[in-house]
Design a protein around this ligand. Structure first.
Ligand code: FMN
Length: 340
């Protein structure tokens, strides 16, 4: 990615659904040396390695199955799901920005019922570790979607999207209020025993207080960051560059802020923290792990390089070997914040 323009290059249509023509399967994926233990734990769930796809940037996973061995990822986090199908915002819905992109897809999706009947069987067959990103416009909807997913075979964890910055109702409304966060998490906790991972917004002064609220309400982990509320204006027309006006900023531009927030949350809670925001390579992923993330998610980078997974997972493994560290878990939170 350059400094002026990210060169992301992915068409809008690909973003919501994933791209089904990505070429041949990467045969190296999945073959990992036994001497390094990459596995990490999120609640009762063991991930084979700490690298997951970020919601909304990897379709429902199945669209990428021709190119990526889904079972080789630590987890496949699928696009956010409401109870019903949802159209999302009209185009233009994405714009490239310096070292990143702004999107306001508007949580377009097929709804939980179609996901369970049309996508989950293939994810099961491909032995993916499936994390479903759950959305809602009310506490009841979050709970209902989560209940349906808990009854379905092949869902391994629920990520609660209380942080989407670009929809009118739901999402960030809950994630920007400590009580809203607590209410959603405790309501969903009552209906599922699946690992529960509320996804936090960075659009607050102190994300760690939200991590604490989530932990108190029974979360097994928290993930962060969702996108930063942002605005890009076309100076000729003096209109926003995307139809929704505001959108969410992702990509390398946000990484140092995201790493800081992950570090702070790690200090504030005892449950695992899943980190994301601008990870483009193994070194970026390692930064999050060292800051305190138990696992990471990769979003925008997948639009640039859909074959990125093996490079990131392999790069983490190489690093551990080079530093004589036998287990990925030994790296988590190992940052030395002493003065230079
Ligand atoms: C096109 C697009 C769609 C997204 N859709 C969702 C979504 O449905 N649910 C969600 O929780 N986050 C969604 N996100 C946020 C990402 O999962 C991630 O938190 C964010 O992009 C930061 O990571 P990145 O810089 O690696 O992309 C979306 C991001 C993008 C760019």
């Amino acid at each position: 990615m350059g400094t002026r323009n990210s060169g992301l290059g992915a068409g809008d249509a690909e973003l919501a659904t994933g791209n089904s023509e990505l070429g041949t399967r990467d045969s190296e994926l999945g073959a990992r040396a036994a001497d390094i233990d990459l596995s990490v734990r999120i609640g009762s769930l063991t991930l084979a390695n700490p690298v997951m796809s970020a919601s909304g940037c990897f379709g429902y996973g199945v669209e990428y199955a021709g190119a990526v061995d889904l079972s080789s990822l630590g987890g496949v986090v699928v696009k956010g799901l409401f109870l019903k199908e949802r159209e999302g915002h009209p185009a233009p819905r994405i714009v490239e920005t310096p070292a990143g992109m702004i999107n306001a897809i508007g949580l377009q999706g097929i709804g939980v019922h179609r996901f369970v009947s049309e996508k989950l069987p293939e994810l099961r067959e491909r032995k993916a570790t499936v994390v479903v990103n759950v959305c809602g416009t009310s506490v009841e909807e979050y709970a209902e979607v989560s209940r349906i997913l808990s009854d379905a075979e092949g869902v391994h964890a629920i990520e609660l999207n209380i942080s989407c910055p670009n929809i009118k109702e739901g999402g960030i409304q809950f994630g920007c209020s400590l009580m809203g966060t607590h209410d959603v998490v405790s309501a969903v906790r009552k209906v599922t025993s699946l690992p529960l991972i509320p996804k936090l917004t960075p659009n607050v002064t102190d994300p760690s207080s939200f991590a604490r609220a989530a932990e108190e309400a029974g979360a097994d982990a928290v993930s962060l960051v969702n996108t930063f509320l942002a605005l890009a204006i076309d100076v000729e027309s003096r209109r926003p560059k995307i139809s929704n006006g505001m959108g969410g900023l992702s990509g390398p531009a946000i990484r140092p802020i995201a790493v800081r927030m992950v570090y702070e949350c790690r200090q504030a809670v005892t449950i695992p923290v899943v980190g994301m925001g601008g990870i483009m390579d193994a070194r970026d992923a390692l930064e999050f792990l060292i800051a305190g993330a138990t696992a990471v998610q990769v979003g925008t980078a997948n639009f640039v390089d859909p074959f990125i997974w093996n490079k990131i997972i392999g790069g983490i493994e190489d690093y551990l070997r080079r530093h004589d560290i036998a287990r990925a878990t030994d790296l988590i939170g190992s940052v030395d914040m002493g003065k230079h």
